[in-house]
Each structure stands twice: as structure tokens, then as C-alpha cells.
Design a protein around this ligand. Structure first.
Ligand code: COA
Length: 173
């Protein structure tokens, strides 16, 4: 292990965090707390406030086509969501966890700002969603994605491939 990293046992999971952040992480509460990981510029939180306008801007930053008002409509159906913020407070990463109110949770809308991609941030945000879904009592966490994202979800985030089915209910407009 590098001299500037410390291994920390936190809620049953072993994490690597920069040594200078270890005290802050050890003192965190149970529900909304900073989560520090490979990209040590970013602070990762569960169910922290995030606005519809921030998510529209983040989605536009990676070339997506957001519908304003989307997050305000979806939030009430969410088990929770993970945000990653830069030290200046800019939203740089996000994922939402929808659920069925019971055992099944569904990962949707994983996003990393292009300026922060390929630093492990998306993997860390998804890892936090996995941990919080487990803590909420869910048994399964699903995600679906195009074949191009196999290296991210299967190889980096650790999802197991499984057969799945899909029906398009609306034609593309
Ligand atoms: C997919 C996404 C969230 C990944 O974010 P990230 O912070 O760059 O992810 P990580 O740094 O944790 O990536 C870890 C590894 O996953 C793989 N990976 C990351 N992004 C990938 C992509 N877009 N396509 C394929 N593999 C990818 C790579 O192997 C990467 O390792 P590397 O950096 O050494 O190449 C980001 O590319 C993104 O926001 N894309 C646009 C929105 C999107 O497509 N979301 C997914 C919806 S299902």
C-alpha cells in the first residue's frame, strides 16, 4: 500500500482512503455522509440534496438529452441516489436507485462529468449504491446497459451477467 493511503474498516467494508481523510470518514454518521474514494477530489454522498437543474446540466455535459423536471418527478420513486461533488460543490457524478418497495432495486442514470471520467468515480458511485441498497434490505440490484458498457458494469463494478428481456412500449419520438 502506498504511504499516503490508509485502510479503514467502515460499516463492514474495507476502503482505501487518503490518510488525511481517514479521521473524517471514521466520524461519519449512518445515513448521509461523505464517502471518499479513489478520486480524492470528490465527495460521495447518499440521498444528499441535488436539484433538477443540476442533473439537467450534468446530463448535458456528457451529451445526453435531459427532460427538465425529470428528477422532480422521479425522486419519490427512488430508494435513494448517490451524488459526487467536487470540492467547489459542482455535481460530477450521480446514480439513482429505483426499487419495488421490497427486495428488488434498479440502478439507473449512472453519470460522470466528462472532466472526471476514467478516475474510478463511476465505479465508486455505483459501489456506494450497492452498499446502500444492501443496507436497505434489498436482495437484488439490477442494471441494464448496451454491450459497449460491459467493461464498466461487469468488469469494473462487478455485476454478474444474466439473461434478461425487454419490450419497447413506445416508439421513439
Ligand atoms: C459510464 C460512466 C458513468 C463511467 O464513468 P467513469 O467515472 O469514467 O467510470 P470509471 O472511471 O469508474 O471506469 C472504470 C472502468 O470502466 C470502464 N469504462 C468506463 N467508462 C466506460 C464507457 N463509457 N464505456 C465502456 N467502458 C467504460 C473502463 O474499463 C474504465 O477503466 P479505465 O478508466 O482504466 O478505462 C461514464 O462514462 C458516463 O457518464 N457515460 C455517459 C452516461 C452513460 O452512458 N451512463 C451509463 C448509462 S447505462
Amino acid at each position: 500500500m502506498s504511504g499516503e493511503l490508509a485502510e479503514l474498516l467502515f460499516q463492514g467494508a474495507a476502503l482505501l482512503v487518503p490518510r488525511r481523510f481517514a479521521d473524517a470518514v471514521a466520524g461519519c454518521g449512518a445515513v448521509v455522509q461523505p464517502w471518499l474514494m479513489a478520486d480524492d477530489d470528490a465527495q460521495i454522498s447518499w440521498r444528499s440534496t441535488v436539484s433538477d437543474a443540476e442533473l439537467v446540466e450534468l446530463t448535458e455535459s456528457h451529451g445526453g438529452s435531459p427532460l427538465p423536471g425529470w428528477w422532480d418527478r422521479l425522486r419519490e420513486h427512488s430508494l435513494g441516489w448517490v451524488t459526487a461533488r467536487s470540492p467547489a460543490g459542482q455535481l460530477v457524478g450521480f446514480v439513482n436507485v429505483a426499487w419495488d418497495g421490497g427486495d428488488h432495486a434498479f440502478l439507473i442514470d449512472t453519470k460522470t462529468r466528462p472532466s472526471h471520467q476514467h478516475r474510478g468515480l463511476g465505479t465508486a458511485v455505483v459501489a456506494r449504491a450497492v452498499q446502500e441498497s444492501r443496507a436497505a434490505g434489498c436482495e437484488w440490484l439490477f442494471v441494464d446497459f448496451g454491450p459497449d458498457l460491459t467493461p464498466f458494469y461487469i468488469e469494473s463494478c462487478g455485476f454478474e451477467p444474466t439473461p434478461a428481456g425487454l419490450v419497447r412500449l413506445k416508439e421513439r419520438s
